[in-house]
Structure formats: structure tokens, C-alpha cells
Design a binder for this molecule. Structure first.
Ligand code: AMP
Ligand code: MG
Length: 401
């Protein structure tokens, strides 16, 4: 199965949660907006000055030579203003309301002041240095669409129309466990034949980066009964189950059989590297991802399949990462029938061109490659790459932010 076909099948099963909570703006950061936000007011609410200077009527200014106007008033930000006395100017400050009768502001750097008189030279035009009412936001428009992950600037924009809270989807509860009799928790001694459990931390971190609530069921031994017991408990408590390991076809791989007895499961051999075996199904009604055990494959299959599924369930509209084209600073001469995701770094040369280099060890067991990299280079099935060619790069900050 191709990556694209698998992803299409997975996304078809991704139903957004229907539980919504109203959060104070600071707590809504990073959460997904559940309803579009429509402004009931104009921003700014009134015409105001973009500069410190003098507000006046442009019609009073001679088109050649200097004009002298008496300064009849002073208007600071936060004050309300009376109409301008005809034939005079008002000293005005940034953010202060434009008085009725004035139609422009002359910057203080562009005029001279003598006692209570301001001396102004052309050119000048109506509207100059005035921020018009509703210029930023007009009453009745949608300022933030539903389905986007709220960033600091979105919270600022919501506040600018007076909102103190926003409706967001509740976090997805994701249960995880790692299968393998060889696994040992870091912080304890490593006995012969054992390895430390890396995937637990990769998975937990990936899920936290997506604002999920993680329910960790720890290490599960390679036997059917234990796997079934943990799966059943996980399904009760979560919106999604993600496991690592035990989905190959060896005698010690029990995840598929365990899920099959509690729900249903599809096993796919995905034409990708790293990755390949991926299980997708459900335990009862709780969706299930069985990721491979190799640490790099866990990372890659999570990012390519579990991440878009999670984002869609969280209510997000945009679920696929944005890739960019960069120059290859490497050769990739053996084409294969699987799509390759190479761990790569970017560097920008003195010529201003950004090029990608790849980690020398691209084994799916070498987690150093992922830790070293800035992102993944995607090489399509059946293609080779020569130095200087353009290649598609998915930055990790697209995947992890
Ligand atoms: P499996 O898919 O269970 O056959 O595992 C494939 C490879 O990944 C084996 O070499 C496992 O030892 C290794 N592996 C499985 N789970 C983990 C884990 N949680 N942390 C580090 N390596 C793992
Ligand atoms: Mg295993």
C-alpha cells in the first residue's frame, strides 16, 4: 500500500471530538478553535492618529509655501475629543481620536512649532497618518476560522475584539504502551539481552507537542494475554490507542491477534522507508494504531499517519505538514519501490542558497539520525537524486509544533 492510500483510509476514520470547552485566552494557546469568531465591533473603534503631531483640515493648508495655524487643543490617547475649532490645529498623540473637522495628521518631525502656533509645509493629503475606523477589523467579519490551532497572535486578535474566552476542543486522550520482553526503563540497570525503552519517550513527547493527554500503560510483555488485558483497559480510558512493536509477523508479535479478538484490525505493509508494517483498527470503538518497534520507524509512522489522524480528531482542518523545496547536497542513486524519508539537515551557504545534507546512517534503528536532523527529505518511489537537484523537505517544526 502507498503512503497516500494509507493516509486517505486513516483520515476517513478520523471524526472530530464533539466536546467543546470555553477557556480563558491564556489557557487556549495551542488548542483548536471549535467555532468561528465573528467581530461585533470595529477595530479601531474610531478614526485615530498613527503619529505624534498635529491634526488639522487639509483644506486649510496652502499648496505652496508655509501655513501657520494656532494650536487650539491637545488630545492624548485615551481621551475623547471635541470638534476642532475651524482654522486651528490640535496637538495629537499616537492612538488619540481624530477630532471632528480634522482629516489629516502632520507628523511632529514634519512641522515647526512657535509658541502656540504650528507651521506646516505641503504636500499634504486628506487621510494622511489616520488609522480609519474598522481598518483592521470590520464589525461582522470572521476574524478566526474554526479548526485552526490558536497561536499567540490569534489570542491577541481575539482580545482586540473584546473576547475573554474562546471555545476549543477538549484535548484528545491517547493511551500508549510499548511491547517487548527486551525493554527496560531508563534509570534501572541493563541486564544482558535487554535494551532501554526509547519509544515511550519519543511517543510521549510527540503527543505532548500535539497537546494530547497521555495515558501511559508502560511496557507490555510479548504475550497475548497481557497484551489483551492492557488493550481492554486502554480502550476504556482513551480516545485513541497507540502502541510500538509487536506488529511484524514473528512468533513474538502478538498485537495483531490481541486487537483482532477485541475489535478489528488491518495490517498494512506500507511502501515507505523507514516504516513498513503498520496496524490500524479499533479496540471496541476506540481507534488503534500499532506502530513498528524500530525507533526511527515509530517516529516516521507517527508523523505521517498518527499525527494527521490526531489533528483531524482534534478538529483541525489543515492536517498535513507543509514541505519546502531545497537543493540536495547529496546523491541518492539507488531508487527503490518504497518512498524514502531521509533524515536531513539544512544549511545556507555564503551564496544564500539553502541545501540539505543527509545523515550517513539512514538505518531505521539509528535514532541518532532523527535527533541530529532538522527534518525529513521525501524521495518518491522509483526516483534517484543527484546533487543540486531540488528535493522536498518537511521541517520538524512543521511536525512537532
Ligand atoms: P518489533 O517490531 O517488536 O519486532 O521491534 C523491532 C525492533 O525495534 C527490535 O529490534 C526491538 O528491540 C526494537 N524496539 C521495539 N520497541 C522498542 C522500544 N520501545 N524502544 C527501543 N527499541 C525498541
Ligand atoms: Mg517486539
Amino acid at each position: 500500500m502507498t503512503v497516500d492510500d494509507a493516509l486517505a483510509l486513516i483520515l476517513r476514520k478520523a471524526v472530530p471530538l464533539d466536546e467543546i470547552e470555553n477557556l480563558d485566552l491564556p489557557r487556549a494557546l495551542g488548542r483548536v478553535l471549535a467555532q468561528p469568531q465573528i467581530s461585533t465591533l470595529n477595530v479601531p473603534p474610531a478614526d485615530n492618529s498613527a503619529m505624534d503631531g498635529d491634526a488639522l483640515a487639509s483644506g486649510n493648508i496652502a499648496t505652496d509655501g508655509e501655513t501657520r495655524l494656532r494650536v487650539s487643543r491637545r488630545i492624548a490617547a485615551g481621551q475623547t475629543s471635541q470638534p476642532l475649532i475651524p482654522g486651528t490645529a490640535a496637538r495629537i498623540f499616537t492612538g488619540a481620536p481624530i477630532p471632528l473637522g480634522a482629516d489629516c495628521v502632520v507628523m511632529q518631525e514634519h512641522c515647526r512649532v512657535e509658541d502656540d502656533t504650528v507651521i506646516i509645509s505641503p504636500p499634504l493629503h486628506a487621510g494622511q497618518n489616520i488609522r480609519a475606523r474598522g481598518e483592521d477589523v470590520k464589525s461582522g467579519v470572521t476574524i478566526i476560522d474554526a479548526g485552526i490551532k490558536l497561536r499567540p497572535q490569534d489570542l491577541g486578535l481575539a482580545a482586540s475584539i473584546g473576547l475573554a474566552r474562546l471555545p476549543v476542543y477538549r484535548p484528545l486522550r491517547v493511551a500508549i504502551f510499548c511491547t517487548g520482553d527486551e525493554l527496560t526503563a531508563p534509570g534501572t540497570d541493563l541486564m544482558p539481552g535487554k535494551i532501554y525503552n526509547a519509544n515511550r519517550y519519543t511517543l510521549t513527547g510527540l503527543l505532548q507537542a500535539l497537546h494530547c493527554e497521555v495515558i501511559d500503560f508502560g511496557i507490555v510483555p510479548d504475550n497475548l494475554a497481557a497484551t489483551r488485558t492492557v488493550l481492554a483497559a486502554a480502550a476504556q480510558q482513551s480516545d485513541l490507542i497507540i502502541t510500538s512493536g509487536g506488529v511484524s509477523v514473528g512468533d513474538e508479535d502478538h498485537v495483531k491477534a490481541a486487537v483482532a479478538t477485541l475489535g478489528q484490525i488491518d495490517m498494512w505493509r506500507i511502501a515507505m522507508k523507514p516504516g513498513k508494517p503498520l496496524a490500524f483498527g479499533s479496540v471496541g470503538t476506540t481507534p488503534f494504531f500499532g506502530l513498528p518497534g524500530n525507533p526511527v520507524s515509530v517516529f516516521a509512522t507517527f508523523c505521517l499517519f498518527a499525527r494527521p489522524f490526531i489533528l483531524r480528531r482534534q478538529g483541525m482542518v489543515q492536517t498535513l505538514p507543509q514541505s519546502v523545496l531545497v537543493h540536495a547536497d547529496f546523491d541518492w542513486l539507488q531508487s527503490g519501490n518504497r518512498r524514502e524519508y531521509l533524515r536531513a539537515r539544512l544549511h545556507t551557504g555564503a551564496d544564500g542558497v539553502t541545501r540539505a545534507v543527509i545523515y550517513p546512517n539512514q538505518s531505521s534503528a539509528a535514532l541518532t539520525s532523527v535527533s541530529w536532523a532538522h527534518g525529513l527529505i521525501c524521495i518518491a518511489e522509483g526516483t534517484t537524486v543527484q546533487r543540486g537537484q531540488m528535493v522536498s523537505f518537511i521541517p520538524f517544526n512543521e511536525l512537532l509544533a
